[in-house]
Design a protein around this ligand. Structure first.
Ligand code: IVH
Length: 671
């Protein structure tokens, strides 16, 4: 047993570490360590405090339930304290839990086991069957009012069949893995930092001060507990889940009623591999006493109920070695250090690279070339280095130095004040040019089909293009002189380039790759300024007055258009016949959302929105989405390659909106 003095030092160190990670996690949504590592720190602290109760202080991280409410949202007091769960990591701990429960219950107990959704806890309140409020968990007693954001979630019932005067339910908002991957791709293309895992992405989406941003994200929700109200006939957790579903809530279907702890343990074990097949992340299972009456009798400690426990999966971590650290140069010139690993299998995939994000991250974890490291896939998606095995160092490891010059072009590298990133400052850097090209031709930008990385590399390396405007001057002869380029392909590419001239103002703004200006900001700007010249002349103060355009975006826009090179590029694009104006928009009556109560059906592929995003937008504005066309359908939104719904809509004289018309309808209201 460590002496009190030694223990005290360690306890203080642990508290400092945990507080730092809490801040990274709850406030910045940017954790530096894995959940497993965080749990280890917390467990060590709990163990030391249990051993030396004199060291317990009221502000120790072990003494509070969760994060602090953020400024910017109204505070909401919860109808009952939202407790957290104790964790079990092994079967033996589940047996201990069962023993404690049986002792207090005075006999055999049955359980319900549910997946533990790795998301953000919310409490939904309904009055007389209508949704009135959603709150985050906050510190367990008071949370943040996120009603408008939660309202935009698909599967969120706004009106219930059941008309209890007051009903409060608890559940979890999450981001499906596919939506998470797509969101991070988008963020990456805008030069923004990716979310570390789907849970942080969900939290970041729900804690948006502007609900329209939430509406553009694909989120799901599962409910599992009735806090206030509900049916008197419900006597068990199994019945609660059935009742919630029948009342109109979205309920996770993968739960199991287990007659005893052996069945619980077997069911938990069966999930070790299966968890990866789900469309969303789960980080364990929750074991709950089935009888609600017994739950009441068992009660809770100050932090967690005695009738439930979380069985946490071990994070799938593996050991590998860093063979090298290379540096990639992105479109905005950011140098990203990437670890080249001895290939290993982790969470069902072979991993041979892991991003190290930036210099600070490498220093904080003291990662060196040649180190043995612990690796995991964050949110089972992005591979990350968790920690280094210092004790396995041989002395031959090398400390990584960020290059002072760009590894691609030799340009000067600088680190701007207040930024973690190092950037290449050269405006002719070929690596940046290639990335810039790929962004310019990408689907959400100018949508030039057939322009992949191989072609872009050749165009840049042969010097055929020096800026993106040069694309519009390419000839068939030039293209066919390139490798693997026949007559037909060259013609198709030229046709695609030509078509992009009329792509429109919003995609063009996005295509320019102005820092922080994503698809949504581009649409807002196009709608407001109607032409590139007007946007180029906009002053900072004017831009920041536009909803959703913050000071960072505004400054970046002003900066961009101040640059002589950018102005020349735009003039060149204009001379090449690229449309610099926005088509006139149809006026929409002010007042209520034109989508309210209207029934929409979608068909075909939309070029600038995923299907789910379009559905979210409709629902966020009070519209309904249905899967088939009928007489009740108000609009059919038809993308490219529409299906049979198109013919049916024509037959029933249902108004058909193409993508542009749909976007006009939506943005008209959103302004
Ligand atoms: S029951 C009083 N069931 O996991 C017990 N929690 O610390 C209420 N979670 O923040 C929790 N899925 O929000 C329960 N099926 C599930 C869950 C679940 C995810 C969250 C919960 C809490 C955390 C446990």
């Amino acid at each position: 047993m460590p002496s009190l003095e030694l223990a005290q030092d360690r306890v203080e160190e642990l508290r400092r570490e945990i507080r730092r990670h809490d801040y990274q996690y709850y406030v910045l949504d940017n954790p530096l360590v894995s959940d497993a590592e965080y749990d280890r720190l917390m467990r060590e602290l709990v163990a030391l405090e249990t051993e030396h109760p004199r060291l317990v202080v009221p502000d120790s991280p072990t003494q509070r339930v969760g994060g602090q409410p953020l400024a910017g949202f109204q505070s909401v007091g919860h109808p009952v304290a939202l407790l957290s769960l104790d964790n079990a990591f092994e079967a033996a701990e589940l047996r201990d839990f069962d023993r404690r429960v049986q002792q207090l219950a005075g006999g055999a107990v049955d359980y319900v086991v549910e997946p533990k959704i790795d998301g953000l806890t919310v409490v939904l309140a309904y009055e007389n069957g209508s949704f009135i409020q959603a709150a985050t968990r906050g510190d367990g007693l008071t949370g943040e009012d996120v009603t408008q954001n939660v309202r935009t979630i698909r599967l969120m019932p706004l009106a219930l069949g059941e008309h209890d005067s007051r009903l409060a339910v608890r559940g979890e908002v999450f981001m499906p893995k596919s939506a998470f991957a797509r969101l991070n791709e988008e963020r990456d293309s805008r030069g923004e930092a990716p979310f570390a895992n789907p849970r942080n992405a969900a939290a970041g989406s729900i804690r948006q001060l502007d609900p329209r941003i939430t509406a553009g994200r694909t989120l799901g929700i599962f409910l599992y507990q009735v806090l206030v109200g509900g049916s008197r006939e419900v006597a068990t957790q199994a019945e609660t889940l059935a009742w919630l579903r029948q009342t109109g809530f979205s309920v996770q279907q993968e739960w199991r009623h287990c007659r005893d702890i052996d069945e619980v343990i077997a069911y938990c074990a069966s999930w070790a591999d299966r968890r990866h097949d789900l469309a969303y992340e789960i980080d364990g299972l929750v074991v709950k006493v089935n009888s609600l009456e017994l739950q009441g009798r068992l009660g809770s400690t100050s932090k967690s109920p005695r009738w439930a426990i979380a069985f946490k999966f071990p994070a799938e971590q593996v050991v590998t070695r860093i063979q090298d650290i290379i540096v990639r140069v992105g479109r905005t010139g950011v140098l990203t250090p990437t670890a080249i690993l001895e290939p290993v299998q982790v969470s069902g995939a072979t991993v041979s690279r892991a991003t190290l994000h930036n210099e600070d991250m490498i220093r904080a974890k003291d990662i060196r070339i040649g180190d043995y490291v612990l690796l995991q896939r964050a949110g089972d998606v992005i591979p990350e280095v968790v920690s280094v095995f210092e004790e396995r160092r041989s002395g031959s490891e090398r400390i990584f130095e960020m290059p002072k010059t760009c590894p691609e072009c030799g340009g000067k590298v600088v680190r701007l004040e207040g930024e973690a990133a190092n950037r290449c400052t050269s405006i002719t850097c070929p690596a940046q040019l290639k990335e810039m090209f790929l962004h310019f031709v990408s689907r959400a930008a100018m949508d030039i089909e057939g322009m992949g990385p191989a072609l872009v590399n050749q165009l840049v390396e042969t010097g055929m293009v020096q800026d993106v405007a040069d694309l519009y001057g390419l000839s068939k002869e030039q293209l066919t002189s390139l490798e693997r380029m026949g007559d037909k392909s060259a013609e198709n590419i030229l046709a695609a380039i030509d078509k992009s001239r009329n792509r429109g103002l919003a995609p063009l703004i996005f295509a320019l790759g102005i820092r922080f200006v994503g698809t949504r900001a581009s649409e807002i700007l196009a709608d407001r300024y109607r032409g590139m010249d007007a946007l180029a002349a906009a002053a900072d103060e004017q831009l920041t007055q536009i909803p959703e355009i913050g000071p960072k975006i505004a400054a970046s826009i002003v900066d961009y258009f101040r640059n002589e090179q950018a102005r020349q590029l735009l003039a060149k694009l204009s001379r090449a016949g690229v449309l610099m104006e926005q088509a006139q928009r149809e006026p929409v009556a002010a007042g209520e959302s034109p989508l309210a109560g209207k029934q929409f059906v979608l068909t075909g592929t939309l070029s600038s929105l995923a299907r789910g995003e379009a559905e979210n937008l409709i629902r966020g504005l009070g519209g309904k989405v249905s899967s088939s066309v009928s007489k009740k359908t108000d609009y059919l939104v038809a993308g490219s390659d529409p299906g049979s719904k198109y013919g049916k809509a024509v037959g029933l004289a249902v108004p058909i909106l193409d993508e542009e018309a749909f976007k006009r309808l939506v943005t008209a209201h959103q302004e």
